[in-house]
Design a protein around this ligand. Structure first.
Ligand code: UGA
Length: 447
């Protein structure tokens, strides 16, 4: 059987990592974007963002001729059998989903399909609110192609669960595949593609209808965010309870199989390009239906307040922050990415600056992206030692491995008067008794 030829509209995390994943198994993949700079980078084998292993895999795919990035969606679609839509779905100012890129790509796909004589399958991979694939994507393709869904082309919704920082691992070894199908034939084609792709190692597969597949993605992200906000609330209580420690609480409740141990790391809050926009889109969708979602509301509210904890812990160690030099370690919204979208670091830094502190920052990957947001209001150091030099307090905001490796003596020798706020629980408090130390979710006898 000839492998399916694949086109992917959109070259963000989902689009590019999916493309590289298919290309790594010998599929011919054409990605497309309207951004000439991005296309040129990709065609040189240079990813436009940092993601572990992406560069080596992209270079290999481009060199072997399995992956090309085009500026013309039409040419990509005409030369392939299946098109994935992986464009962004940002938030509008009121929090509702902005579908302009989804609609735009559906119109362009329709325009291309008008010229295509063989059958084609369109698959929505972007996160879209329930009803979008059927009520927005399908009519746009039909209008611009003059063809009918299910007769002339197929349509599926196939949500993606990859995480930044482990995107390729997640693409190649997902927990499950969800196929939402407009009709059985469309679902059969997509299932055949995935069975071919995963060969003997097919993940569990769930086939369902379009709106259910769309819902699955939102329910998944909302549940995970709720889990993190829950443990952050417990952390805040532990912190006010002498001798209590959220780390032990999380470990113990995580061993209950009904709860599970993952996504129970307490911290200064969650960020990124997905959860904040998806939870707000879900809330807005529920408002339109006149349904209350108090758990999602509370999940966002807890997260809104969580970055304040960094400042109150810092104050508990060094008093007033005005005029103090604060070293912030970690700018990306999580480790192993250079993404600072909705990063907690930005919120904490803005609060520190508002209080009149002087802020010096470090991050192994995200300095350039952070500079675009924070400008010259803070100092950037590419070496941790320089960042800590003469600082009055250090706040661990992102749990990069480089910071895990620091020992109390490192802080003692680099800082003026070592005071450490462990915002991600990466250090053993017992080992840090020789310095001023406070941590999220750690109750002390004097707190
Ligand atoms: C998330 C989901 O995990 C993916 O399944 C999904 O595909 C993706 O959104 C998406 O919708 O595209 P991602 O945003 O890359 O992936 O990052 P996560 O690993 O989920 O982390 C989200 C935030 O929660 C980060 O700020 C992280 O630091 C924080 N977090 C996570 C915690 O504070 N504690 C934890 O235990 C886990």
């Amino acid at each position: 059987m000839t492998p399916y030829r694949i086109s992917i509209v959109g070259t963000g995390y989902v689009g590019l990592c999916t493309a590289v994943g298919f290309a790594s198994k010998g599929y011919n993949v054409l990605t497309s974007t309207h951004d000439p700079k991005k296309a040129s980078l990709i065609n040189k084998g240079t990813p436009p963002f940092h993601e572990p292993h992406l560069e080596e895999m992209l270079q290999k795919a481009v060199k072997n001729g399995y992956l090309r990035c085009m500026l013309d969606h039409e040419e990509a679609i005409l030369n392939t059998d299946i098109t994935f839509i992986a464009v962004g779905t940002p938030s509008k100012p009121n929090g509702s989903i902005d579908l302009r890129y989804i609609e735009g790509s559906a119109c362009e796909i329709g325009g291309a399909l008008k010229k295509k004589e063989t059958s084609h399958l369109v698959v929505v991979k972007s996160t879209v609110v329930p009803g979008t694939t059927k009520n927005v994507v399908k009519p746009a393709i039909e209008k611009h192609s003059g063809k009918r869904c299910s007769i002339d082309f197929g349509l599926c919704m196939n949500p993606e669960f990859l995480r930044e920082g482990s995107a390729l691992q997640d693409t190649l070894h997902p927990d499950r595949i969800i196929i939402g199908e407009y009709d059985k034939k469309s679902g059969d084609v997509l299932e055949a593609l995935y069975r071919e792709f995963y060969e003997g190692d097919m993940p569990p597969l769930i086939r369902t209808n379009l709106p259910t597949a769309e819902f699955i993605k939102y329910a998944n992200n909302a549940f995970l965010a709720m889990k993190v906000s829950f443990i952050n609330s417990v952390a805040n209580l532990c912190q006010k309870t002498p001798e209590a420690d959220v780390k032990a609480v999380a470990q113990a409740i995580g061993l209950d199989k009904r709860i599970g141990s993952l996504f129970l790391n307490a911290g200064l809050g969650w960020g990124g390009s997905c959860w904040p926009k998806d939870l707000n889109a879900l809330l807005s969708y529920s408002k339109d239906l006149d349904i209350d979602l108090p758990l999602v509301d509370a999940t966002l509210k807890v997260n809104h307040n969580q970055p304040h904890i960094a400042l109150s812990l810092a104050r508990s160690l060094i008093g007033e922050l005005k005029g103090k030099r604060i070293a912030v370690l970690g700018l990306s919204f999580k480790p192993n990415t250079d993404d600072v979208r909705e990063a907690v670091s930005i919120k904490i830094i803005n609060k520190l600056l508002n209080e009149g502190a002087e802020v010096v920052t470090h991050d192994p990957q995200a300095i350039d992206n952070a500079k675009a947001v924070l400008g010259n209001r803070v100092q950037y150091e590419r070496n941790v030692r320089n960042c800590l030099k003469d600082a009055d307090c250090c706040i661990i905001v992102t749990e990069w491995d480089e910071y895990r490796a620091l020992r109390p003596q490192d802080f003692r020798s680099y800082m003026k008067n070592p005071a450490i706020v462990d915002g991600r629980r990466i250090y053993d408090p017992k080992a840090f008794k020789s310095v001023k130390f406070a941590a999220v979710g750690l109750g002390t006898t004097d707190s």
